[in-house]
Design a protein around this ligand. Structure first.
Ligand code: ARG
Length: 601
């Protein structure tokens, strides 16, 4: 299905071609209805280029424009803006073209085609360090990564979601040593390992590490044993990672996030071979861009310097012979490109790692490991701050566990949902049992957390404000879910089976609120195009908010129209169809964000 924007753009382009003034049609949605539904300011730029008067050029463009089938009129405003006023009938036709949902469909495509060609995309997401419990800092990567993956899957790509967990490194020596000391029986039987509070375990081990020299030495020896493949040490380490991942997956399941665990340890041998390749390059050309510096093996790339304007290398083997984070990311990229055959890799990791990824990507390019056909992207995001704008504590004692945060959101949603009669509460609530309310609160609470996160521009920090995110008013998940549930309740009251709703009956669009709603629904296609372009998820949340508001006006007793008891029957059916396609759009939009809808609220 082509979007309204696409259709209009190609009409304007055709007119431009006819008058020999080819250029970008510059069509966009009008911010104000006064200026029509869509507008274009292409005449201004083109007139300048052609040395013409912009208003005259605008008039010529309109003269050659073939839009009688879609526009009521095209105005020329100000210095030469084109304002397009679209025909309600054109919207009706657009809606008519949306196919009904096939019985066996796993997702409602609403007539939107997959992208071609389809690519293999790796989304590197979540990726906590397994030494500790997942904390609030891991929420963003998990939620954003999941939404990005869903959007790309919807577009028809083969998406591989990788949980690049930190499961290798010195902390694990410490943890294994600590387990041997504190729970020798478990250390002898690693399969019996069960740690209910990973965070407390880590904190205790770290405390001992910092205060006890003997333990420090033990920990170091354990790291060496682990790296040299000592079987007993490895078994304990494995059990520890397994236990830690079990904690993570409890959260992933709850958030309905699917992931493949492939942590840093998976790449230990691949690191050896990647570094061997680099060593060989260095041997061949000791003065090349891969060379030793201060005893470390380094890659020097153009464009990276220290504050003192000295070249800043990417270190791939430390002076002591050990590998680091960069080494592991180089090996990881090789695996993704060579074994997984990915042509696009997206790293959903916080902005503080911007420089790391910029350097790794530059190195991979300089080495010729990834050509122009490969896209490497760091989707960096801002921090989540607490309500007062301070960073959530991540180290020492004060860590906020992700699980507690989710529990709190659900509890808060539960109280908002059951608060009745309060003035700020919508009037049309469904009745439900306490069990139903519990289940709905779980969905709504998690939705609130996800939605709030995704509704902020990726790169900005945001304050985690539970009151705001569970509010039934504003750009929040509860508001969206409520709009959806209203439509479902209309269906229950009208006693209709949505799937049997005739799609042949004509759509009658007369009332301003129904015309506005039809237009909004159709504009989803534009949001989809935008998402494909730059994965800005808040474009989708903004749209869903607009759609819900437009629906609320249509449904409003005073401003809107009658639906269930509208007459004649053709109008009633038409409005019910409009409700249905609105609900389908809301549902799809939320699904792409990883948010489940509820039938009652
Ligand atoms: N484990 C890392 C951290 O917690 C994030 C890993 C991101 N992915 C990557 N390929 N480097 O900071």
């Amino acid at each position: 299905m082509k979007s309204i924007l696409n259709i209009l753009s190609s009409r304007v382009l055709a007119s431009l071609r006819k008058i020999g003034a080819e250029g970008d049609p510059l069509v966009r949605q009008s911010a104000d209805e006064k200026f029509g539904d869509y507008q274009s300011n292409c005449a201004m730029g083109l007139a300048k280029k052609l040395g013409q008067n912009p208003r005259d050029l605008a008039a010529t463009i309109v003269e050659h424009l073939e839009v009688d089938d879609i526009c009521d009129k095209v105005d020329i405003a100000g210095p030469g803006f084109l304002n397009f006023h679209l025909k309600p009938q054109f919207f009706a036709q657009g809606l008519q073209e949306i196919p009904s949902l096939p019985q066996d469909a796993t997702i409602d495509r609403l007539g939107l085609s997959p992208a071609s060609p389809s690519e293999t995309v790796v989304v590197d997401m979540s990726s906590p360090n397994l030494a500790k419990e997942m904390h609030v800092g891991h929420l963003r990567s998990t939620v954003i990564g999941d939404a990005v993956a869903r959007v790309l899957e919807f577009a028809g790509h083969n998406v591989i979601r990788e949980n690049h967990v930190g499961d290798w490194g010195t902390q694990f020596g410490m943890l294994v040593a600590y387990l041997r000391r504190e729970k020798p029986a478990v250390a002898d039987d690693p399969e019996s390992l069960e740690i209910s509070d990973l965070e407390a375990f880590y904190v205790a081990a770290k405390k001992l590490f910092d205060s006890d020299e003997d333990f420090k030495t033990e920990s170091r020896e354990t790291v060496v044993a682990l790296q040299q493949g000592d079987a007993a040490t490895r078994l304990i380490w494995q059990a520890f990672c397994h236990e830690s991942l079990r904690h993570c997956h409890a959260i992933y399941d709850r958030l309905d996030v699917k992931l493949i665990d492939r942590g840093e340890s998976f790449y230990t041998e691949k690191m050896e071979s990647a570094v061997a390749t680099l060593d060989a390059m260095k041997e061949k050309d000791p003065q090349g861009f891969v060379r030793d510096s201060d005893g470390a093996l380094c890659i020097f790339m153009d464009g990276f310097t220290t504050r003192d304007a000295e070249p800043l290398p990417l270190i791939v083997r430390k002076k002591d012979g050990g590998f680091n984070y960069a080494t592991s990311d180089l090996a990881t990229i090789l695996h993704r490109l060579e074994s997984l055959k990915a042509t696009r890799v997206i790293y959903v990791v916080g902005i503080p790692q911007k420089q790391h990824f910029a350097m790794v990507f530059a190195a991979v390019r300089a080495l010729g490991w990834a050509g122009e056909d490969i896209s490497l992207e760091h989707l960096g995001f801002g921090s989540m701050l607490n309500k007062t704008g301070q960073p959530f504590k991540t180290r020492e004692g004060g860590t906020v566990k992700l699980k507690s945060l989710l529990d709190e959101a659900v509890a808060r949603a539960r109280s908002v949902l059951t608060k009745s009669g309060a003035e700020d509460q919508p009037q049309n609530r469904d009745t439900m049992t306490s069990d139903q309310a519990d289940a709905i609160a779980e969905t709504v609470g998690l939705a609130a957390v996800k939605y709030f996160d995704l509704s902020h521009a990726l790169s900005s920090d945001y304050k985690f404000d539970l009151d705001m995110m569970v509010s039934m008013e504003g750009n929040t998940a509860p508001y969206m879910l409520y709009a959806y549930a209203r439509i479902r309740s209309i269906g229950r009251k009208a006693e209709i089976d949505w799937s049997l709703l005739s799609t042949d009956a004509p759509l009658v669009l007369e009332h301003p609120t129904e015309i506005a709603l039809a237009k909004k629904v159709l504009q989803f296609a534009e949001v989809y195009d935008l998402l494909m372009r730059d994965l800005r998820l808040n474009v989708l949340t903004d749209y869903l908010y607009e759609l819900s508001k437009t629906f609320s006006r249509f449904y409003d007793k005073k401003q809107g129209v009658r639906i269930i008891d509208a007459s004649p029957d053709s109008v009633r059916i038409s409005r019910l169809r409009l409700c249905d396609v609105t609900a389908r759009t809301l549902k799809l939009g939320l699904q792409l964000l990883g948010i489940e809808t509820v039938e009652k609220m």
